[in-house]
Every structure is written in structure tokens, then in C-alpha cells.
Design a protein around this ligand. Sequence first.
Ligand code: F0G
Length: 356
Amino acid sequence: MRYRWRGVIEEYRAYLPVTEKTPVITLLEGNTPLIEARNLAEYISLPLRLFLKYEGANPTGSFKDRGMTVAISKALEEGAKAVICASTGNTSASAAAYGAKAKLPVIVIIPEGAIALGKLAQALLHNAKVIAIEGNFDSALRIVVEISQRYPVTLVNSLNPYRIEGQKTAAFEISDVLGDAPTFHAIPVGNAGNITAYWKGYREYYNLGINKKLPKMLGFQAAGAAPIVEGHPIENPQTIATAIRIGNPASWRYAVKARDESGGLIEKVTDEEILEAYKLISSLEGIFCEPASAACVAGVMKKHKEGYFKGYEGETIVCTLTGHGLKDPQLAVNVAPTSFVTAPPDVQKVVKLIGL
Ligand code: F0G
């Protein structure tokens, strides 16, 4: 074998809190495509080089796998008997998969009726114990934090620092491909772990002299779930992008730090703007992502319209597409610009419908 990607722990071992004693639990996550989105950039007349980091290409279909490989490996090393998380869906899918691989029992607490079916299917098939609470993500997070403090179960939400450590490898990969950090990095913000992780990764490469520059971090929340933008927790967050339907992010102050230290911003985009970006990414670039992922592209489109990128012509901007569109196929079918027509099994009739 000439070359084989070994997963983020082996590929970035020197930058991660692991030792030879750490049992590495991996599904060979990472090494996701960084795709230049020329069609989209042209369509929106963006005079920068736009790249999409397609994290939906991870084993369970989201960026969570980067953090989960480290969190589950360390949990195993530290003798955990079970792991627990609250989730809007992707964390639970990832924890369930890596827990299965590690033979560790996984408990997931989700907001009832508020996670995409594909994510629920993953948690169930990987055999996690799934509890749907009559509440939102924020109440689920409060419950798992308390349980993990009182019982011998390890928390694998992004409050667990190993999650952030693993997730920062996405910033390394982008830098390794581009040869430096991009000028801007746009990212959706929910519980705010990922923006924290990227900023940590970019800072580490910069401090080591591997990168020559630091990006401006551009975070985007959904308008109905934008506590950081509004400056206070949102009691009853609402958005079609269920993955980021969060009213009181755990890593709030680290997100603010990433914004301020990088000279970036955290703003909000409406569900309409999110859905427009979601459809453009799939129709112009052939990439199927989640609505939550599209929030960062929606944000870039909005900031571009406001003239924010003036003076940065030719510079690079990376958007993280955090999760795979197949997680929520019903939504895709509901909002797709076209539907299908039915026809009898007859060549002439089908030809007529095609319009040939
Ligand atoms: N995009 C997707 C697809 C997500 O699943 C999440 C978070 C985010 C963006 C936001 O990332 O929380 O680090 O700011 N999903 C978590 C979950 C909350 O439970 O799966 P963040």
C-alpha cells in the first residue's frame, strides 16, 4: 500500500493530547475535500477565491467525527464505563458510531421532534440509548452536564476539551492544502465549539510558524437562534436549521474571543437566506449539505452584498459545510425548486414529458 489516510489522531498526533498508551478509536475521519466553488463565486459576483470544506464527507456525515475520535479514545484511556451527550443530532450520531467501535455504551439526549431523521436513524442503529426530552437542546445539555457530574459517565459534548482538540484538525487540513490560512473563514455557530476549535487550530499553526497569517473568523447564527448576536440567551430558539437551534451556547465566550482576536464578526442570517444558500450550493456546486451548514455561505452572500469584502479581491475565503445533506432528505424534497412527474412506462410519453 502506497498511501493510506490514517484518521486525524495519527495524521496530527504531534498536535493532539494523545500518547502511545492512548487506544486510538478511529473511523478514518478527516481528509475531507476542500473544493473551490467557482460557479457559486461567479453567480454571486464574489471577487475572492471561495473554498468549501465539505465536512459531510466524514464517516458519520459531519465534522463531529474529528472531535469524537479524540474524545472517545481518551474516554477509553481514562477508563470510562459509558459516555453521554446532548445533541441536535450530529453529535449523537458521531458519539454512537465511535462508541460502538470502542465498545462503550452511549447515552444520547435529544430534543423531541427537533432532530433530522437521518441523525436519529444513526444513533439508533449504532445502538445508543436514546432519550428524547420534552424540551430543547439547551435543557438537554443542562441535564447531561449534571448527570456526568453525579454519575460515572463521561461527557462528550464540546465542553469536553478533547472534542475541541480533534476538531481543530480541520484548520490544519485547510492550511496544509492552501499553504497558509485563508484570509477569511466562515462557519455556522450553534453551541460554538467548532468556531472555538478552528480558531485554536489556526492560532497553533501560526504560533509554530507553519502559517504566516491568521484568518478573520466569520461566524453565523440563524436569526431565530442568535444569542451571541443579540447578546443574551434565547429562551425558545427557532430555525429550520435544527442543528444550530441553540439558545445558550456552551462555548459562547470562546466564540466571542475568536471573533474579537481575529478581527472577524458573528452575525445572523434568516431561514430564507439559509435555504437560498442551501439550494445554490447543491445546484451550482454539486454539494449536498445541511441547512445549518449553508448558514455560513448565506452569511458570506449577505456580507458581500453589504460591501464587506471590498479591498480583498483575489484573497481566499473558506466556508465550512459542517454536515451532509442526506441527514435531512425530507427537507430537501420539500424545498427543492423542482419536483418529479410520473409517467406510464411508455417511451413516447416519457420523451414528451422530457420535452425532446
Ligand atoms: N453545523 C452542524 C451540521 C451541526 O450539527 C452543528 C452542531 C453546527 C453546525 C454548529 O457547531 O455547535 O460547534 O457551533 N451540532 C451540535 C450537535 C450542537 O448536537 O450535533 P457548534
